[in-house]
Design a protein around this ligand. Structure first.
Ligand code: FES
Ligand code: FES
Length: 205
């Protein structure tokens, strides 16, 4: 029987139900025109306040005006052209952006640039030199501790901190201390081996 041919005892047909459902779905997705226009008008994109910070980045003194809302990661990558620290999640969950502030590891995506005023920042670019790699950089090469390399700068910065924190004394502790650094390529076996190796060379294994 065709839906529209149903007797009066079944006044609501399947077609009616579908029509009603579509209307409800559209109403829930599309805001009323008047409120959409109002929200556009009442929420202009305002420029943020700026503040001037003086910091030392990779040994170089820098004074720079930054948006008070800017993350350290964005200032490093977009203002200072230090693109070693990577933006993975931008939410503090992957570790790709790990840098050191006053020798301690931080997620640069969660650190306001304004907060490093008067402090010292080290990125992967400042860890070693091409002709004299840091022992951790060399160990990552020696142990094939990377595949695509996207997570690697953050892994190395976290790994150096892991050793300095005294957490490279066993594989279990290394894994625990490095758990905030995600490697989508799954290079974890090589990463742990590299940290053990570098820790011994750094005199802290
Ligand atoms: S980009 Fe900062 S933790 Fe993922
Ligand atoms: S080496 Fe590819 S994500 Fe770690």
């Amino acid at each position: 029987m065709h839906d529209d041919d149903r007797p009066p005892a079944f006044p609501l047909t399947r077609r009616d139900t579908l029509r009603a459902g579509s209307a409800v779905a559209a109403a829930s997705v599309l805001p009323p025109l008047s409120s959409a226009a109002a929200s556009t008008q009442s929420m202009p994109l305002e420029p943020g306040a700026t503040t001037t910070i003086t910091t030392v980045v990779n040994g170089e003194p820098i004074t720079i005006a930054v948006d008070t809302r800017a993350s350290l990661l964005d200032v490093l990558r977009e203002r200072l052209a230090l693109t070693g620290a990577k933006k993975g999640c931008d939410h503090g969950q992957c570790g790709a952006c790990t840098v050191h502030v006053d020798g301690r590891r931080v997620a640069a995506c969660l650190t306001l640039a304004a907060k490093v005023d008067g402090r010292e920042v080290t990125t992967i670019e400042g860890l070693g030199e091409e002709a004299a790699l840091h022992p951790m950089q060399q160990a990552f090469i020696d142990h094939d501790a990377l595949q695509c390399g996207y997570c690697t700068p953050g892994q190395i910065m976290a790994a150096v901190a892991c050793v300095r924190e005294g957490n490279a004394t066993s594989r279990e502790r290394i894994r625990d201390a490095m758990s905030g650094n995600i490697c989508r390529c799954g290079a974890y076996v090589g990463i742990v081996a590299a940290i053990e190796d570098a820790a011994a060379k750094m005199g802290q294994g």
